[in-house]
Write a protein that binds this ligand. Structure first.
Ligand code: FES
Ligand code: FES
Length: 314
């Protein structure tokens, strides 16, 4: 078992150890890395001011960038992933513009006043822009539904999203950034269990179902965590202490959805976003309900099984 976590932050490798297992990404970014572009508004996954983009390869090998709420994401959940914050999107290299297109459209459309929400909106746009998805006129409200603005008003922000250039092939400077990101992620990939802890609170991320079962047998009082869209609030809002947390998100096969006769088998780490297309298949009414469930950020982290297991009030 490795006693540290390794991930990519703004295209640099980070190795972190000795940190309390319940440390959130937002607190670490702001307090340790002094990256204060990501803001804390609600601290509970509602406002999107803390939105960052987390990239991971999909099952088909293509990279996927997810907008996530850093305020309720535990550091141990980042093993092997790539995190991009608003500080990390600045275009670099020959021919690169001063501002990222996701920032430039916000300027051009006068879509920011106090600016507190702006980095979160920019990062939601950035994730959609990287995926080449969610920026068609009919999709923009859904893409931005997890970001709240108390001053500008949403019309210019939606106008900014609509003005964002959508290109099948990214500009050269962005291609270079993605190549670096993919190369670093491949270099740090491994399949060992990791533990992040400070002696008072440990976050354990096993990689196999046997390893998960063994870890749970050794610590039967451990809190099982999937997306942390509930458990994160136990920490940030209730100041609850959990000596051990056991994460489903890295276990091989826990993210699988399989059809079995008339039933679906949904693994414990399957997010709402992953489950939506199959659950809504042939049920347009349910598709509409699910589109309104949480937000893009919450659906990208929260899991169907965790939601049911917790009887989530949210
Ligand atoms: Fe509001 Fe994170 S601070 S969603
Ligand atoms: Fe002030 Fe959005 S610009 S909260």
């Amino acid at each position: 078992m490795r006693e540290d976590i390794t991930f990519i932050l703004n295209n640099q490798v980070e190795k972190v150890s000795g940190l309390s297992g319940d440390t959130t990404l937002l607190n670490w970014l702001r307090q340790t890395k002094k990256l204060t572009g990501s803001k804390e508004g609600c601290g509970e996954g509602d406002c999107g001011a803390c939105t960052v983009a987390v990239a991971r390869p999909r099952a088909d090998g293509a990279m996927q960038w997810q907008p996530v709420n850093a305020c309720i994401l535990f550091m141990g959940m980042l093993e092997g992933a790539s995190v991009t914050t608003v500080e990390g999107i600045r275009p670099e290299g020959k021919g690169a513009p001063d501002l990222h297109p996701c920032q430039q459209v916000m300027v051009d459309q006068h879509a920011s006043q106090c600016g507190f929400c702006t980095p979160g909106f920019v990062m939601s746009l950035f994730a959609a822009w990287c995926n080449g998805d969610g920026l068609a006129p009919a999709e923009i409200d859904t893409t931005l539904a997890g970001n709240l603005c108390r001053c500008t008003g949403y019309r210019p922000i939606v106008d900014a999203a609509a003005a964002l250039p959508r290109r099948a092939i990214p500009p050269r400077w962005e291609t270079r950034r993605r190549e670096t990101e993919a190369g670093l992620m491949a270099a740090i990939a491994h399949d060992e269990t990791v533990r992040l802890g400070d002696g008072k609170c440990s976050f354990i991320a096993p990689t196999s179902s046997d390893g998960f079962a063994r870890a749970y047998a050794q610590a039967p009082d451990a809190t099982i965590v999937s997306g942390a869209t509930d458990v994160g609030l136990w920490v940030t809002k209730q100041n609850r202490k959990m000596p051990q947390m056991l994460w489903t998100g890295r276990v091989a096969g826990f993210d699988e959805i399989r059809r079995s006769g008339a039933h679906w088998r949904i693994g414990p780490a399957v997010t709402h976003q992953q489950a939506m297309p199959v659950l809504a298949e042939g049920r347009p009414d349910l598709a509409e309900v699910m589109r309104r469930f949480g937000s893009a950020q919450v659906r990208a982290s929260g899991t169907v099984c965790g939601n049911i297991a917790n009887g989530s009030p949210i």
